[in-house]
Design a protein. Structure first.
Length: 267
């Protein structure tokens, strides 16, 4: 891959990182050439992007050449690794602190709850040998914050489909035809209503409310939630404290896992 300049939004950057590592894990030979975009390369060094790239991936220029830039951007949290086998439980706290530093304490507890729910989802359901990750960034010009939680596992829809027929027969009948359109609507349902869980032990329906809690918090912020699945992307648009609309893009490049981005306005 050769990059010809421009800037990276955290959301697109997270998908690039996941794609590169998935291709590398599958045995593909990958090279990333940033020779033509010095500013973007320096930015990627600052946020620790190359710390999470599979060691087999060739990067030009040499990352060490830009190591002096690392950690100099106070408005970027370095990417935090989420290892499904040994997850760093401090990551949600780090993201909360980064949120407070940039946006104040007013909404920090709500943000922490949302981040913790999504972190737990990656930790408990990823089922992938490839690490997930989390990050946060403030965009001063637009006064917005992006928070990203990403994994390379089975994906939200696939995880839910494994238990629908047995645990939730009525919902199964509604979504039994397997296609991207139904998968998108199933995920939308979970963020709106909850009460669907793929956890092994689910004696009560409250276990399925994690993503709904995230949706409720997004409503408080009038946020957007971007949810990238294997072949489609679902955007949930919240306004006036409720889910107002949704958009779906189909037929996308294959990308395993779930890549969830929250866009918050600080206005």
């Amino acid at each position: 891959m050769t990059f010809l300049g421009g800037s990276f939004l955290l959301d697109s950057l997270s998908r690039l990182l996941a794609l590169v590592n998935q291709l590398s894990y599958s045995g593909k030979s990958i090279s990333l050439d940033f020779s033509a975009c010095d500013k973007s390369f320096s930015y990627l060094c600052r946020i620790g992007f190359f710390e999470l790239i599979d060691p087999s991936v060739a990067v030009v220029p040499d990352v060490k050449d830009a190591s002096c830039y690392y950690g100099h951007n106070s408005k970027v949290m370095e990417f935090g690794v989420i290892n499904p086998e040994e997850p760093d439980e401090s990551i949600p706290v780090q993201l909360k602190q980064a949120f407070i530093e940039q946006a104040g304490k007013k909404h920090s507890n709500a943000a922490f709850t949302m981040i913790s729910e999504l972190f737990g989802n990656v930790r408990d359901h990823s089922k992938s040998p490839i690490d997930g990750f989390a990050a946060l960034q403030v965009y001063a010009k637009t006064n917005k914050i992006q928070t990203v939680i990403s994994d390379s596992g089975v994906g939200i829809a696939n995880s839910l489909r494994r238990v629908l027929k047995e645990r939730y027969p009525e919902i199964y009948q509604e979504f039994k035809t397997v296609n991207a359109a139904n998968d998108a609507l199933l995920i939308k349902r979970v963020f709106e209503q909850g009460r669907i869980s793929s956890a092994k032990h689910n004696p009560d329906e409250s276990r399925g409310l994690g993503l709904k809690r995230s949706g409720d918090i997004a409503a408080k912020f009038n946020a957007k939630i971007h949810i990238r699945q294997e072949s489609f992307a679902l955007t949930l648009i919240y306004s006036e404290g409720k889910l107002a609309d949704h958009e779906v893009s189909y037929g996308l490049q294959k990308l395993c896992g779930s890549h969830i981005c929250f866009d918050f306005s600080l206005d």
